[in-house]
Design a protein. Sequence first.
Length: 209
Amino acid sequence: MPPAGTALAALIAAMSPRDGADEQVDWEAMRRAWGVGFPSDYVAFMATYGAGGIDDAFSVLTPEAATQPTHGQELGSMSGETATMRQIWADEGGPDGVDAEPEVVIAWGVSCGADILGWLTIDDDPDKWPVIVWERHGWPHWKIYDGGMAEFLRRLFAKGFDECPLSDASLWGEPSPHFVHWREEQRRRESGIDPYTGEPDPYFGMEFD
């Protein structure tokens, strides 16, 4: 696995952080809530990009110092997506060859194809956690990839896997992925602007039955 600094530098070369922002995460509160530290590449990612979207096809979840989703946060939150991921594991079983309870997964991302991405926290060293994907439209649904989240994203953009690891191939081999921090994404949408293209949203202000 590449060192965190090397992995993030390679990702920055592939995806500009110009529309990112430091998420200002209380990592000690995160550690207390989740009972584990977090990978150094993820910590660096949050300080450089923060949470947000990539080309409206992928979301990097906002870190939360709470393991239980509150009302209205069941979907699209770290706690909510982690709960979903663990429930799927409990209902369907985990990946082949992994003898562990569902609590070993923590979610960090979701795709527009309804895939959930997380870490398999089976090592005491968070920097050795592989990425685990529950691919909704793939088979088998569970797939495990060596390397951290920064390396996973870089390889996704570079077609660095034998096949696309996600149900939707929008970012597979994408030469210029565009990341937008969630607050900036929200501001642009509320201004009637497509957050990723910068063009006016033709449907802004329209009501649909």
